[in-house]
Write a protein that binds this ligand. Structure first.
Ligand code: ZN
Length: 120
């Protein structure tokens, strides 16, 4: 991978992480406001549903944040963009579309087929 391509991907990842982290702060504030819950059971159910929805999103965000951090670490260690399975370079176009990808398209497709066959 060329240096300017790597620089672009690093910028993508850094901006993405910044966005997620500022957004994660919002969710925490939202959750805090649920402390003053309503005594009405119907309202309370709606609150609970929204709360668990927010928690699920926050969970997913946390996973994503960790993936992005891992990719940024890989860049620092000059291990970024190498397929976990076959050790080949992951195509720049793929990384641009999905900067946290850890497998090349061939291994990813193979894995997805396998998952389909196994019914995962
Ligand atoms: Zn591969």
């Amino acid at each position: 991978m060329e240096d300017r391509e790597l620089a672009l991907l690093k910028e993508l990842l850094t901006n993405w992480l910044g966005e997620l982290l500022s957004h994660a702060g919002d969710t925490v504030m939202d959750l805090r406001s649920y402390d003053d819950y309503s005594p009405d059971p119907l309202d309370q159910a709606a609150f609970d549903a929204e709360r668990s929805f927010n928690l699920r999103i926050r969970d997913r965000e946390r996973v994503l944040i960790n993936k992005i951090k891992r990719s940024l670490e890989d860049i620092e260690n000059e291990e970024y963009g190498i397929c976990e399975d076959c050790g080949r370079e992951i195509a720049f176009e793929r990384l641009k579309a999905r900067p946290v990808a850890r497998r090349c398209i061939r291994c990813k497709t193979k894995q997805e087929k396998l998952e389909k066959v196994m019914g995962i």
